[in-house]
Design a protein around this ligand. Structure first.
Ligand SMILES: NC(=O)c1ccc[n+]([C@@H]2O[C@H](COP(=O)([O-])OP(=O)(O)OC[C@H]3O[C@@H](n4cnc5c(N)ncnc54)[C@H](OP(=O)(O)O)[C@@H]3O)[C@@H](O)[C@H]2O)c1
Length: 249
């Protein structure tokens, strides 16, 4: 049976932060559903590891540091018109408010907020999109709910992306572009090891999840795929929470 409303066959999709975690899983799953991928990140070796796991042909990998404006411009210049964009690259640093400093905060904002804003803007200015394209922003439940002390810088950076996503949904609808966000709870990826949770805190934290586990990158990838596919053709301006039930509480 070939019926599959979630198919990505014939779609060209750019995924940022594809050298690790959620971005890598999304790239691999998208390739299995027929998409042609352009994957990007800073670390060549890890990006190659993703690249070699992609199914199908015609994929591209582009090294870029999205905190550098020239890299954003170069990326937007070299890509073909897109059917899908996944603004996924992100970093975290947890610090109690009294230890927040400008360097860390600016770094987080550049990566998590300014990079997706300006990459999306450049792609639109350069008309690197096809009609019925879908743009997906990877936010976080930390951008919607205040769940963890020490997460102010990260939470603010992701809350701003939720807001930007809604403006893009409104402004780009006449171009036929849909814009949505995916807001994951904690997902097992290298990113969570950059936080400050001890093993004991981690176990206590997992116990709060109704489904009693953290997510896997694939759990999030499948939500992203729904938003990239034509199955979500009437969905724009929405935030899809994927969090093992944490937000119920
Ligand atoms: N894991 C979680 O619990 C969780 C929960 C909610 C939301 N999220 C969000 O999900 C997204 C993916 O996170 P993850 O868990 O998969 O993290 P990850 O495994 O640490 O991956 C982060 C990705 O972002 C890329 N990246 C970081 N800074 C970059 C820069 N300046 N320029 C270009 N690429 C950059 C990294 O690639 P290079 O180092 O190779 O550049 C890497 O591919 C992030 O936006 C994160 O905030 C994660």
């Amino acid at each position: 049976m070939s019926y599959n409303p979630f198919s990505l066959a014939g779609k060209t999709i750019l995924i940022t932060g594809a050298s690790s975690g959620i971005g890598r899983a999304t790239a691999i799953e998208c390739s299995k559903l027929g998409a042609t991928l352009i994957i990007t990140a800073r670390n060549e070796e890890r990006l190659n590891e993703t690249f070699t796991q992609l199914e199908g042909k015609g994929h591209q990998k582009i090294i870029a540091d999205l905190t550098i404006n020239d890299d954003i411009d170069r990326l937007a210049n070299v890509i073909p018109p897109l059917d899908g964009l996944v603004n996924n690259a992100g970093i975290i640093k947890t610090l109690p408010i009294q230890f927040i400093n400008e360097n860390d905060f600016v770094n987080i904002l550049r990566t998590n907020t300014l990079a997706p804003v300006f990459l999306t803007q450049r792609i639109c200015k350069k008309k690197k999109y096809n009609r019925n394209a879908s743009f997906v922003f990877i936010s976080s439940i930390g951008g919607v709910f205040v769940t963890t002390p020490g997460n102010a810088m990260y939470g603010m950076s992701k809350n701003a992306i939720n807001s930007f996503m809604k403006f893009t949904a409104l402004e780009f609808a006449p171009k036929g572009i849909r814009c949505n966000s995916v807001n994951p709870g904690t997902v097992e990826s290298p990113l969570i090891n950059k936080g400050t949770l001890s093993q004991e805190d981690r176990e206590k934290n997992i116990a709060k999840y109704p489904l009693k586990r953290y997510g896997q990158p694939q759990d999030v990838a499948f939500g992203i795929i729904y938003l990239l596919s034509d199955a979500s053709a009437w969905v724009t301006g929405a935030s899809l929470i994927i969090d093992g039930g944490l937000a119920i509480l």
